[in-house]
Ligand binder design. Sequence first.
Ligand SMILES: [Zn+2]
Length: 184
Amino acid sequence: MVFGVVRPYPWKELKISEFPALEAYAQGFPTNIPFSESIGFLIEEVPGSSLTMMVTAHEAAHQWWGNIVTPGKFPGANILSEGMAHFSTALLFEQLRGPRGRIEFLKRIEERYDNNRRVDSERPLVRIDGSKDGDTTVTYDKGGWVFGWCCATWGASAASRGSAISLGRRATAQTSPFSRITSP
Ligand SMILES: [Zn+2]
């Protein structure tokens, strides 16, 4: 799997566990992804949406970003889990569908950010704490897009090196800022 480029998948199995449509979410715990039937098993996929694959890829990425690299409890930290999970999803789309797949996914999250951001009250990525409207799209969509930009700007090798160092140290954003360890 593409996420294993920076560190191999650390466990022996990964399960998707369906639960009833009482809630509509999935969550990537180590080795297990509880997955609502309302966003996977019972939906009719709209051609081109790839919703189920996107959710599965995002939650699988949390096996690394969130479960190995655990964000500290301070503003901006969740970008290391949610932003990186989104960016890893983009990389998986590229692996399966070529550069166009990655670009389409990044374009989709950029559009979602444009539609859901709160222009008048938006704070910088490092100040997001989840307390305001619009924080979610900044953490997930802008965060994922920015990591895509970093990869395109610094080059994949620098981004992979930074990712590998983070994963190797079981780092938190507090001790190993991504920008510092990926600096040329
Ligand atoms: Zn997530």
